[in-house]
Design a protein around this ligand. Structure first.
Ligand SMILES: Cc1cc2nc3c(=O)[nH]c(=O)nc-3n(C[C@H](O)[C@H](O)[C@H](O)COP(=O)(O)O)c2cc1C
Length: 307
């Protein structure tokens, strides 16, 4: 069933107006215009593309995903069409979809990320999300994403090449995520996406070896939700947040909003349960808001002790 359009769920995040707070997270169904269109039809309030790199890349050999009872570990290696090919896909998506498209930009240096970001904007992205937090690809994440100084340099560079709203996707694998958020906003970010996956490993005890071809991957899904909620709680003082990590039900979405998120990213649940999660979570959250007699903006941050 399609999500019922309702003013009750309308939200604004980093200058984007969304019909509902549910954002398809990066890396899930974000490779083609037709998949993004399916997410819109299923009820998403916005979609995020796969992280796009300057050049095409193959990614790692299989296996690249392990499914566990409490989430997934993936090490895809950022398989990628590259910006030349993806631009065509993004133009098509922009002419088809009515909801905002957030384009995720990556690269091996601030200049490369800025170049990709500028071209994504030219191809119609409504916002750019900098992926500074991929835990399993060298040069595309954590080396930059765990240092406030390097985040600041990266965001300044990208800010110089895009006018649309700029989000920065943060890693939780640092002692002080607030310092990353502060640095990103100081350098010109309009919002934050928290969190990316958490570095993890799964060993098959029969084979006596790690299952993923890259051995190490990123954990997502229900296992990381409490980490994501804590991260959202800590960073939403500094700017608008898309709270992402382990959201599967309307209760999980409500928890993110109560922690201070203005929108809620959904990734793994789309893979494990299908696109119907958007309408299911939407219906549940609508009933909850009605019961509480609140609008969505009134819910945002209400679970914070410092409010
Ligand atoms: C298979 C897979 C691929 C992903 N690819 C990307 C990506 O390309 N760029 C990115 O910023 N995050 C990527 N992520 C991270 C998600 O966008 C999200 O931050 C994370 O999975 C936590 O949310 P979830 O528990 O709802 O999946 C990926 C996650 C998964 C499971």
């Amino acid at each position: 069933m399609e999500l019922e359009e309702s003013d009750l769920l309308t939200t604004e995040v980093a200058g984007l107006r969304l019909r509902n707070p549910f954002v398809l997270a990066s890396g899930i169904l974000g490779n083609t215009a037709s998949l993004l269109r399916r997410a819109e039809a299923a009820g998403a309030g916005a979609v995020t593309t796969k992280t796009i790199l300057p050049e095409p890349t193959k990614g790692y050999e299989n296996p690249v995903v392990v499914e566990l009872p409490f989430g997934l570990i993936n090490a895809m290696g950022l398989p990628n069409p590259g910006i030349d090919e993806f631009e065509i896909e993004l133009r098509e998506a922009r002419s088809d979809l009515t909801i905002p498209i957030i384009a995720s930009a990556g690269g091996g240096s601030p200049e490369e990320v800025a170049h990709v970001a500028g071209r994504l904007e030219d191809a119609g992205a409504d916002a750019v999300e900098i992926n500074a937090s991929c835990p399993h690809v060298r040069r595309h994440g954590l080396e930059i994403g765990s240092s406030p100084e390097l985040i600041e340099e990266l965001v300044r560079e990208v800010r110089g090449s895009v006018r649309v709203p700029l989000l920065v996707k943060l890693t939780p694998m640092v002692p002080d995520i607030a310092s990353l958020a502060r640095a990103a906003v100081r350098a010109g970010a309009d919002g934050l996406t928290a969190i990316n996956t958490v570095k993890a490993m799964y060993i098959d005890v029969e084979a006596m070896a790690p299952v993923l071809s890259n051995a190490v991957g990123g954990l997502s899904g229900p296992a990381i939700r409490p980490i994501a909620v804590r991260a959202v709680y800590e960073v939403s003082r500094f700017g608008d947040v898309i709270g992402t990590g382990g959201v599967e039900t309307w209760r999980d979405a409500a928890e993110m909003l109560l922690a201070g998120a203005r929108a809620v990213g959904i990734g793994t649940a789309v893979m494990t349960r299908g696109l119907r999660v958007f309408s299911e979570i939407g219906e549940g959250l609508t009933s909850y808001l009605r019961k509480k007699g609140l609008t969505l903006p009134e819910l945002v941050g209400r679970g914070r002790r410092d409010c």
